[in-house]
Design a protein around this ligand. Structure first.
Ligand code: G
Ligand code: G
Ligand code: MN
Ligand code: NA
Length: 250
């Protein structure tokens, strides 16, 4: 059976769940927030990675209802956390270009009661390309609500530095490949340092993604990143374990 067929039923059959990966601020050394990551457990296929099903969901339009479910669920979960931690939600290209995104965000915030300043939307560079003329208007509407916007996987796409000047991002997420790959250590490190410096000049936070070792943590801290995310801090955790995680990490 086609993946699409299973994907179409997955929402109604409650096969999706969210896990949350913490982000730690390097200045305060405290958890600042969590990124929501979608998981699909298909009864026939077992766990399917978003890398495999998000593209199909986008092609078939199923991303609309799935994306709305993610947004609403993440806002509701975050509203129940014991503190004002941020929640970051990944927004795909199709979602971003859809005219109803802003209305959906407004509705998810209203229904959950979440302070809009605690919601971050993560978009990739390719999203900015696809949305072209419309992107700036959408970003401004979102920020008008108080919602934050992060540029995800930075450095892997077309990486036009012009985006950073033209679009009001709150945060740059430095792609894991620059943080982790030892193959071209000096080159990667220079890139991390340059992005952190650029972020600081533009008033944007810079998150080093994919931090797995103490060495990497020390390097990205020395290189000026403001926040870190990765397996060293924690793998993504189910919503039911967040309170325990926060209690242990204080
Ligand atoms: O969590 P994991 O490493 O499996 O995620 C793989 C990819 O799927 C990442 O690029 C991540 O941004 C993306 N992803 C995870 N959850 C979502 C989601 O809810 N919506 C979208 N559009 N992408 C997601
Ligand atoms: O594209 P995006 O940055 O949203 O993707 C985040 C993905 O990276 C998630 O699927 C998450 O599971 C994965 N991830 C997070 N931290 C680490 C890490 O330290 N190492 C590795 N290999 N993957 C990670
Ligand atoms: Mn992300
Ligand atoms: Na990323």
């Amino acid at each position: 059976r086609a993946l699409e067929t299973d994907l179409r039923r997955a929402l109604a059959l409650r096969e999706f769940s969210l896990v949350y990966q913490p982000q730690v601020n390097l200045q305060s050394r405290r958890v600042a927030g969590f990124e929501a990551l979608l998981r699909w457990r298909c009864p026939r296929r077992g766990p399917v990675s978003p890398l495999d099903f998000i593209p199909i969901a986008e092609e078939t339009g199923i991303i609309g209802p799935i994306g709305e479910w993610v947004l609403r669920t993440a806002c509701r979960d975050a509203a129940s956390w014991p503190g004002d931690y941020t929640v970051a939600v990944n927004i795909s290209a199709i979602q971003f270009t859809n005219r109803s995104l802003v209305a959906t965000v407004v509705s998810a915030i209203a229904d959950s009661g979440l302070d809009p300043r605690r919601l971050e939307l993560e978009i990739t560079e390719s999203v900015m390309l696809d949305a072209r003329g419309n992107a700036l208007a959408v970003l401004q509407q979102l920020r008008g609500l108080g919602v934050r916007v992060s540029l995800d996987d930075f450095g892997t796409g077309y990486s036009s530095l012009g985006y950073l000047r033209s679009f009001p991002f709150d945060k740059i997420k430095i792609d894991q490949s620059f943080v982790r790959e030892a193959s071209d250590d000096r080159g990667n490190r220079a890139i991390v340092r340059a992005i952190a410096s650029l972020g600081a000049s533009l008033g944007m936070a810079t998150v080093a993604e994919g931090v797995e070792t103490e060495d990497q943590l020390a390097r990205v801290a020395a290189d000026g990143c403001t926040d870190v995310q990765g397996y060293l801090i924690s793998r993504p955790i189910p919503p039911g374990e967040i309170e325990h995680f926060l209690a242990e990490s204080r």
